[in-house]
Write a protein that binds this ligand. Structure first.
Ligand SMILES: Cc1cc2nc3c(=O)[nH]c(=O)nc-3n(C[C@H](O)[C@H](O)[C@H](O)COP(=O)(O)OP(=O)(O)OC[C@H]3O[C@@H](n4cnc5c(N)ncnc54)[C@H](O)[C@@H]3O)c2cc1C
Length: 484
């Protein structure tokens, strides 16, 4: 049996950082990746990470200290994540930057899109097709071996439960009949990117909802399952990192419709009964986190528009429509750009079965099967006239009545960049048993780690991949004996 010091399952954000750390310490390291190519992971395609204390921040005189980012995220989590793990992860921001720079990958520092009060999000400038290849080249030059198109199937343990290796299967055509290969290692890191590709796990943990996968379906929960089979336990936070660009519907076949944007437009949203179910400002201001979370609860939700709102985007931006209120941070940063609102999309949306148009609200309600819609709109319009949302507390500047016929309805479901929820670990990413014992030799990082992401998802952009990169380093450091 081939033997390595460390085997890393998954060549995404967490996996590549752990491999870098292991290789730098002179350990023999194998990365097993299910995808055919090195750009299969979500990390290879993502926007960029939230990191603390980077040189880039220093240059722009916008340093976000480790303490600041840690306190912000831990408070946001309300103590539902492992404080020690989160702190260890956030400590590693500068080191992530070092590794990426060593590979020649360029980033810039983003503005504070959602008004969290600091600029932690970095954005990749190096194009998708190149950047992960550059990282692989660096790691190979440091001695890391890559095994692409190869799926980890199960963990190998000795009689004491200590992890001794992993069984893998090569997925290349013509090799289906070959037996699994067993590979030995002193340490295994599971970093397979969550469970967006598993409808079963989504149903099990999030309820009977459909979640459109904006990320890779190769991440199908196999990593989490393998750890459970080896005696691990799940942590308690389960959710998704939702699409912040607008709505989604599984019936949407012919490309993205411009009408999907109304999901985050701040106007009236209703549930399957035609009742309001949230403060819609959460969607216009924090769609990735708080807003997205409220819609996951509903599964299906609907934007109801009058003709004035519907055509407002032909004339200007959403920020214009609401009168450019100075107090509206996301209005300025997110909603002040033209939406390329296409008239032909409406026809297509109606034809595909997730939109409707009617001359009266009664007709719209009947067409769409939303029994309480008329009553909801009457109540909502009265509150708009008073300029006060007495039900959910939406800010006055977003209270616009739904009054001018014809009326429009767009139905939405959730879509996600990645999932939240997975294995319970200690502060060094070591997998734990139900009694809190460490499973010797077994580490879990990135989205498979259930102990460092909260629900709702953090509201500072870049948290998902930021924590994935940094927990990869936390695990890598422990594997190399950097901490005890
Ligand atoms: C288009 C897009 C844009 C995004 N933008 C952002 C952003 O700007 N900011 C942000 O914070 N987050 C963003 N995300 C989310 C971010 O990419 C993820 O949070 C991050 O990549 C998670 O890292 P990871 O290491 O856990 O998993 P991944 O990076 O997804 O890597 C997991 C790897 O494991 C492999 N794998 C799965 N199962 C197996 C198996 N059984 N055997 C071997 N290999 C396996 C997968 O193929 C994959 O390559 C984005 C996601 C997408 C899809």
């Amino acid at each position: 049996m081939k033997k390595y010091d460390v085997i890393i399952v998954g060549s995404g954000a967490a996996g590549m950082m752990a491999a870098w750390k292991a290789a730098k310490a002179g350990l023999t390291c194998l990365v097993v990746e299910k995808g055919k190519s090195i750009v299969s992971s979500n990390a290879a395609r993502c926007g960029g990470p939230a990191l603390a204390d980077t040189r880039l921040q220093e240059t722009e005189q916008a340093t976000v200290t480790v303490e600041r980012l840690y306190s912000y995220m831990y408070e946001y989590s309300r103590g539902t994540v492992h404080a020690g793990l989160l702190r260890n992860a956030i400590d590693k921001g500068r080191e992530v930057e070092t590794a990426l720079q060593e590979a020649g990958i360029e980033m810039t520092l983003m503005e504070d899109t959602y008004g969290v009060g600091f600029r932690a999000r970095h954005f990749f400038r190096t194009p998708v097709q190149q950047r992960w290849q550059m990282l692989q080249d660096l790691l190979e030059s440091l001695g890391v071996t890559f095994c692409l198109h190869t799926e980890a199937k199960r963990l190998l343990q000795d009689a004491n439960g200590t992890i001794r290796g992993v069984a893998v299967r090569n997925l290349a055509e013509g090799r289906e009949e070959e037996p699994e290969e067993e590979l030995a290692a002193d340490s295994i890191l599971i970093a397979t990117g969550g469970y967006l590709g598993s409808e079963e796990m989504i149903r099990e943990h999030l309820g009977d909802i459909h979640v459109g996968a904006l990320g890779s379906r190769l991440s199908d929960g196999a990593g989490i399952r393998m750890v459970l089979e080896a005696g691990g336990i799940l942590d308690r936070n389960w959710g998704i990192c939702t699409n912040e660009f607008g709505g989604y519907h599984s019936k949407m076949k012919k490309g993205m419709s411009s009408n999907m944007y109304f999901a985050i437009g701040g106007g009236l949203l209703v549930d399957r009964n035609g009742r309001r179910f949230m403060n819609e400002q959460r969607m216009s201001d924090k769609p990735l986190s708080l807003g997205g979370e409220s819609t996951v609860r509903e599964g299906h939700y609907y934007a109801v528009l009058d003709d004035e709102y519907y055509h407002a985007l032909d004339r200007g931006t959403l920020y214009d429509y609401y009168g450019r209120p100075e107090a509206w941070h996301a209005g300025r940063t997110v909603h002040d750009c033209p939406q390329n609102h296409r008239a032909e999309d409406l026809e297509k949306d109606i034809e595909q079965g997730y939109a409707a148009k009617a001359d009266t609200l009664a007709e719209l309600a009947k067409k769409c099967g939303l029994p309480r819609l008329e009553e909801t709109v009457a109540e909502y319009n009265a509150m708009c006239d008073r300029g006060y949302d007495g039900r959910f507390g939406k800010t006055a500047y977003l209270m616009k009545p739904v009054r001018k016929a014809p009326f429009y309805l767009f139905a939405y479901e959730q879509s996600a960049w990645c999932t939240i929820g997975g294995v319970k670990t200690d502060e060094y990413c070591r997998a734990l048993t139900p009694s809190g014992q460490v499973i010797a030799g077994l580490y879990v990082a990135g989205m498979d780690n259930g102990s460092c992401y909260c629900v709702p998802y953090y509201d500072n952009e870049g948290a998902a991949v930021g924590i994935a990169f940094t927990t990869g380093l936390v695990a890598g450091e422990h594997i190399t004996g950097g901490v005890s």
